[in-house]
Design a protein around this ligand. Sequence first.
Ligand code: M6R
Length: 365
Amino acid sequence: DKGNHRHFMAKEIYEQPETISHTLSHYVDMGAEKVAIRETLPFNFADLTRLTMSACGTAFYAGAVAKYWFERYARLPVDLDVASEFRYREPPMQKGGLSLFISQSGETADTLAALRYCAGQGQHVASLVNTLESTIARESGVVFPILCGPEIGVASTKALTAQLTALASLAIAAGRARGSIDEATEAELVRALTALPSAVSEALAAEDQIRDISKRLSKAKDVLYLGRGPMFPVAMEGALKLKEISYIHAEGYAAGELKHGPIALVDEAMPVIVVAPSDELVDKTLSNMQEVAARGGKIILVTDAEGARTVGHGVADIIEIPHVHSFVAPILATIPVQLIAYHTAVFMGTDVDQPRNLAKSVTVE
Ligand code: M6R
């Protein structure tokens, strides 16, 4: 049932304030401002020397954001790879590490093969899934649910924000167990998570403006997405979503890589979507935006009020999202990139929920 929405994807985008709350209520004790992991862990975060994550597509980008969190807040070294590369690379692994597999469906063939490889290498196997009765869940030592309800649209939306919410909670738990964050920091990060559902509702209110921008985007041949730090995976996710459902060519790049190649593409016909809420890196991104503007590129800036004030001068299109703690900013920043892809696809007249050539669950290699 699509409710009042034209597509399941729109319904799932709009469900996110509730689905994030639901995921949070599983992982967080809001009153105590603490993370409370209910699953029995077959390992101790404090003893881990390494975390290895593998996933595909959007689930891989969830892992790519989480890598920043586990490194920064838990001081845990992280290896991350797309499952289809990881499984054939057969990397040597030190016994006792934790391998975490992220999959909405729990049936992705490459992710499952990566899991079996890691189990054979003496790793603790954990998975983060939506479908609890799936093969990946069954073969895992511990299963972390994301609890966002069935996702029907082929383009993943609410599963991503649920994966990120759960991963953020796990990173806090790991940080506490490893002594790299104290109780006060845990409380600060938990408050940041608790503020998310209402911030997501506010971000969804930019829909009319995004529809106008998307109308112009639907005429573009290529679109570049840029981000730094945890916004880099958000940029890649934005590009993937646009490709999947609008069939417009898009690329996500680390903003600092711009001058190492992609800037050669920038001209008046090239929209460049810069995902840059105010943080310690926003000034660096400003210089990349100036490089784009100097070549006539059309910038669409996703930022908060502070970012608009400090780096938004001369930018015609600013999509403003509420200011949140930088810890949860990548979760919030996925909302406008989802809406951009959705509305562009609607203008293109594509089959949004069943895009050509794609399957919801990729059970072949
Ligand atoms: O079910 P999974 O999370 O393992 O699926 C992984 C990818 O196939 C999936 O995220 C895909 O990239 C989506 N179509 C993205 O919107």
